[in-house]
Design a protein around this ligand. Sequence first.
Ligand SMILES: Nc1ncnc2c1ncn2[C@@H]1O[C@H](COP(=O)(O)OP(=O)(O)OP(=O)(O)O)[C@@H](O)[C@H]1O
Length: 476
Amino acid sequence: MTSQDPPLDEVAPSSGSAGPGEALGPAPVRTLVMDLQPGTGPHKCRLLVVAGPDAGRSLVTDKERLTVGAHPENDLVLVEDRTASRHHFEIQFTGRGPLLVDLGSTNGTFLDGRRVERAYLSPASQVRAGSSVITFSPVTEDAGLSPEQDSKLCGMVGQSTKMRQIFGLIQRIAPMNVSVIIQGETGTGKELVARAIHELSERSKGPMVVLDCGAIPPNLIESELFGHEKGAFTGAVSGRPGAFERAHGGTIFLDELGELRLDLQPKLLRVLENREVRRVGGNDVIGVDCRVIAATNRDLLKEVASGNFREDLYFRLSVIHIPLPPLRQRRDDIPLILKRALAEPEVVERHGRKHFSSEAMGLLMAYAWPGNVRELMNVLSHVLTFSDGEELLPAHLPARVRGQAREGPLPFNEHLAFKDAKEQLLENFEREYITSVLGRCEGNLSRAARESGLHRKSIERLVKKYQLDAKGMKPR
Ligand SMILES: Nc1ncnc2c1ncn2[C@@H]1O[C@H](COP(=O)(O)OP(=O)(O)OP(=O)(O)O)[C@@H](O)[C@H]1O
C-alpha cells in the first residue's frame, strides 16, 4: 500500500445478522471452520450485540480468548440483559478456528438457533445468550490479508495493493455462500466483483440475475423482484417469474440497493428470512434458493442512521462488506487496465497496436476519474476513435482529462444586460454540464444524479428544460 493510501479498513467480513446459511436456500451446515491463518497468533474479531437490551454494544479485540456475560470482568459485558449468566460463553481462537464454548450458563448458548456447548463459529454466526443476540465477525486487517499475487481476477484488472487484497478476499469468500454488500462509487467495478464471486462459487453453473433497483420504475419493482400473476395489475397479460425465482440455484445481484423504496424493504427482508416469494397477485408460496449480493454507492450505515434504510435488512445482507476504492485512490491500476484493454484481440484487430506516450499517461494518472473505471474505458474508446498513429498523445485525450476544460474566457454576451447575460451563461453551462454528465453515464439518469451530486428530479427537470434526448446519449 502506498503511503497516501487511506487504510482499507473494512475489507473484512463485517458484522451481520446472518440467518441460517445466509444465502437463500436450504440451510448449509454451520460447522464451517474459518480460515483465520490457524496457529498464527492473535486474531482480531468483532462482536456486535444486534438484539436485546444491550443492542448496539460492540467489541473489537484480538485476544485469543474472550468472554461474554453479565459480570463486569467479561470482555463483552451484557450490562442490561438480566437473563444472561454472569459468565455466559467464551470464544477461543484454536488452530482449527474460533471455538464457541458455553460456560455452564443457566439458559444456554445458542448458535444460529441451536443450543450448543462447543461449536466452531463462521464469519456470519449469530450467538444468543439470554435475550441478547450477538454477531461474530472476523476483522482482517491490511497486514493480515495477504494481497494476491495475481493482477487480474475474472475480468478484473488491478495491481494496486488494494485491488489485490480485494481479489484475495473474493477468492476467500466466494465459496462461503454468505450475503455480500459491495460498496463503491459508480463505475468502480461492483458488478464485476459480484460476477467474480458468482463465478468462483459453487453456484457458478446456476444463473446470475442482475436487478438494478435504481433503474426500475417504482411501481414495477415489486413485480420485478417477486414476479406477478396474470391480471395482477393493468398490463400484466401473463404471469412472470421475478428476479428471485429466476435466480433459483444461482445468485441474485441487487444493484443500487440503496435506492430500494423503504416500504419494499420489509418485503425483501421477509424473502431473505423465509427463502420464499409470493408473486404479486398470487397466493402460492414459491421456495427460492439463491445467494444474495447487493451493491450500493451509498454509505448504507449512514442511510440506516438517517432512517432511509432498514437496519435489520442491512445486517441481514451485510455479512461480508467489500468496499471498492475509487480509481483515484488506486492510480497505479490505471496503466495496467489500459495496457490490458489495448492488448484485447478485438482492439488490436480494429485499431492496431497502440500505446500511450508518457505525457498522455501522466495526464491520465493525474485526472480525478469521477466516473472511475467506466470513465477510463470511455476515455479509451474516445482516444482510439480520434487517433491514427501507434502512439496515443495528450492531444487525443478529452479536454477535461487534459485539464483544459476550465481554460479560456467565459463565453458571455457582453451586449446583453448583466442579468440576461448571466442567465444565458448559466443556461449554457447547465446544458453543457448535463449533456456531458449524461453522455458519460450513457443516459442513465440515476447514475448521472449520483455523479453530479444533483437530485434525480433536478436532472429530469434539466433534461426536459433543454429537451435533451437522455436515452440516446453517448460518451463524448
Ligand atoms: N478492475 C477492473 N478491471 C477492468 N475493467 C474494470 C474494472 N473495474 C471496472 N471495470 C469496467 O468498468 C466498467 C464499469 O464496471 P461495473 O459496471 O462493474 O461498475 P459498477 O461499480 O457496477 O458501476 P455502477 O455503480 O454504475 O453500476 C465496466 O466496463 C467494467 O468492465
